[in-house]
Design a protein around this ligand. Structure first.
Ligand code: GH3
Ligand code: MG
Ligand code: MG
Ligand code: MG
Length: 301
């Protein structure tokens, strides 16, 4: 969500009057979506655009609010959406159950609009901080692309998905050529500039939705290409090598050219239950090592 975009609140209640009153109060500050039953609420929450918060009734004719919350907690995409119950059930056991299931707050009817507004605002502020933290731990500070931690997660996720789908998975390990002499001669801050530019060019070159690039560490990058067999992966790797050549960043101390270049090691497999994900990574490393030995500025598969 961008800083300027309004946050989206999904109001779920089987009583149209409640939806109307809450909707009017909230629509000044937020984008409001509404659902008249639990089934519809889940459809919207699991749809394209994840809401930032749910105001959720409990007693509804089809599936009740507790079940809606349980279903949201089942999926990675929806489990961290904050839910505030807003309900006629004013028993302490009901409230305890709601909070134990993971609701962030619990409001009883008849509700008071300023109180609802304040509680919504508080939860959205918390959510924004949590999102920022999540971003900070998974983005590399210098290059602003995903970091090693994000890569480890993405790799396991794609490995499992490709195992289930019996689909090919390719990985490219990338290392900047003769980067130590670059730093030694042009200075560390010039080196940082190169890292940023290389990261930007690699990301821009990977246009397909599922492709993933991360800074693996130091001057090494890693790319995951799900559902990509070897020939297409070689093609992608060559285009990555090319985009760095095209940048023509002067580097007099590179053994492979007089500008900055990268070496790439490519590995491919169809993941299976009895294979360890690390084997793919080891193979890509080995191919990278060969690319270095065979003269750098090249792809080895
Ligand atoms: P090769 O072609 O064999 O890869 O040679 P190389 O000099 O690139 O290899 P080596 O691994 O010896 O050097 C990597 C260098 O990358 C060492 C370090 O100075 C530099 N480096 C690692 N992280 C950073 C960083 O965040 N910023 C800068 N400026 N340099 C970094
Ligand atoms: Mg109701
Ligand atoms: Mg290296
Ligand atoms: Mg290097």
């Amino acid at each position: 969500m961008s800083v300027t975009a309004k946050q989206t609140i999904l109001i779920v209640d089987d009583e149209p009057l409640n939806i109307k009153v809450l909707g009017q109060a909230l629509s000044g500050s937020y984008r409001v979506k509404t659902a008249i039953n639990g089934t519809r609420a889940l459809e919207i929450a699991q749809g394209e655009e994840t809401p930032d918060l749910l105001l959720l009734d409990i007693q509804m004719p089809d599936i009740d609010g507790y079940e809606v919350l349980l279903a949201l907690k089942q999926s990675d995409r929806t489990k961290s959406i904050p839910v505030i119950f807003i309900t006629g059930r004013d028993g302490a056991e009901d409230e305890a159950r709601g909070l134990e299931l993971g609701a962030m707050d619990y409001i009883t009817k008849p509700f008071n609009i300023p109180v609802v507004m304040a509680r919504v605002r508080n939860q959205l502020a918390l959510k924004q901080k949590a999102d920022l933290l999540e971003k900070l731990v998974s983005i590399d500070g210098l290059t602003e692309i995903p970091n090693r931690r994000a890569f480890d997660e993405a790799f396991i996720r794609e490995w499992r998905r490709c195992t289930r789908a019996q689909a090919p998975l390719s990985m490219i390990m990338i290392d900047i050529d003769c980067f130590k002499p670059y730093n030694d001669n042009y200075g560390h801050s010039k080196g940082d500039e190169v890292l940023k530019k290389v990261a930007e060019r690699l990301s821009n070159e990977l246009k397909r939705g599922g492709d993933f690039v991360a800074r693996y560490g130091g001057e090494e990058f890693v790319v995951i290409l799900p559902e990509t067999e070897i020939h297409s992966a070689v093609y992608v790797a060559e285009s990555l090598r090319n985009t760095i050549v095209e940048a023509q960043i002067p580097h007099k101390y590179n053994l492979a050219a007089d500008f900055v270049t990268i070496s790439l090691g490519l590995a491919y497999c169809i993941p299976r239950e009895d294979l360890e994900p690390i084997t793919l990574q080891n193979k890509a490393d080995k191919m990278l090592y060969r690319a270095k030995n065979e003269g750098r500025n090249q792809v080895v598969a």
